[in-house]
Design a protein around this ligand. Structure first.
Ligand code: SAM
Length: 285
């Protein structure tokens, strides 16, 4: 099978099967070989690795992954793509396609079966409508992870990598950076896809920490604090926490904790580092 990574071959396959792009599944297929090379390089895959691909589409990136990795499992929700994948991946004996919603797939079981429970690499050109649930689901579940290398909307990549005091900094930055070290490997313009998305894209690699970079006594409380303080971004942290439906601390308790954590009364959540959020969570326990 010839590589799919060019517009002619992609259009040929789509026409042969009379395939209709489904907007609701976030279908934008890659047609640029340079971008595919960059994703494979950023992911650091070797012939030792098992790779989970989310949303193989017509198999464009799956072909590259199959050549770089020991074994690939690709989870695709759209059943109309399954016969196409059978043709485009026929030349590879190290690929398994599963026709399922990735959010309902037992990925830990796949990692156990295919990789003996050792950390896996996830690589994907993600459907943008579910980027955050997919990434946070991977981190919060018990899937053993080495890294996640994904194409996402450019703004989302910037939010994942942002630090305190910047406009992109928020709950997603802190949640991602609690679990992984982010690195934006490439910016990708809309003309690298069919159909063209109406946003810019970026490839980001999230390398999973073995242990979180901060120690905190109550992880759940840490995440509730983070969510509460960015829910009301323009308010002070004190007001954000006081008004949160998730938390039930009194004003006095919050003021005392802020003092204990060495933070001023009028501080805003967007100014706090992950370490300071962890310090505040510990002061509230
Ligand atoms: N990997 C292909 C490429 O790069 O050309 C296609 C990428 S396209 C942006 C996203 C893919 O994810 C589509 O094939 C879509 O059908 C699939 N998808 C969308 N939602 C999904 C879900 N919940 N579970 C699994 N796959 C999904």
């Amino acid at each position: 099978m010839q590589k799919l990574s060019n517009p002619q071959k992609t259009i040929e396959i789509i026409q042969k099967y009379g395939f209709d792009f489904q907007k609701k599944f976030g279908q934008n297929f890659l047609i640029d070989p340079h971008v595919l090379d960059k994703i494979i390089a950023a992911s650091g895959i070797t012939k030792e690795d098992f790779v989970l691909e989310i949303g193989p589409g017509i198999g464009t990136m799956t072909q590259y992954l199959a050549e770089a990795a020991r074994e690939v499992t690709a989870v695709e929700i759209d059943r109309n793509l399954i016969p196409i994948l059978e043709e485009t991946l026929a030349g590879y004996d190290n690929v398994t396609v599963i026709n399922q919603d990735v959010l309902k797939t037992d990925l830990a079981a796949i990692a156990q079966e295919k990789n003996g429970g050792k950390p896996i690499k996830v690589v994907a050109n993600l459907p943008y409508y579910i980027t955050t649930p997919i990434i946070m689901g991977l981190f919060e579940s018990h899937v053993p992870l080495d890294s996640i290398t994904v194409m996402v909307q450019k703004e989302v990549a910037q939010r994942m990598q942002a630090g305190p005091g910047t406009k992109d900094y928020g709950a997603l930055s802190l949640a991602v950076q609690y679990y992984a070290e982010p690195y934006i490997a490439a910016n990708v313009p809309p003309n690298c896809f069919i159909p063209r998305p109406n946003v810019g894209s970026a490839v980001i690699r999230l390398t999973r920490y073995q242990n979180p970079p901060v120690a905190v006594r109550d992880e759940k409380l840490l995440f509730s604090l983070i969510r509460a303080s960015f829910n009301q971004r323009r308010k002070t942290l004190l007001n954000g926490l006081k008004n949160s439906s998730e938390l039930s601390f009194t004003k006095e308790e919050i003021l005392e904790a802020l003092q204990k954590a060495g933070l001023p009364e009028n501080v805003r959540g967007e100014a706090l580092t992950l370490e300071q959020f962890a310090g505040l969570a510990d002061a509230l326990v």
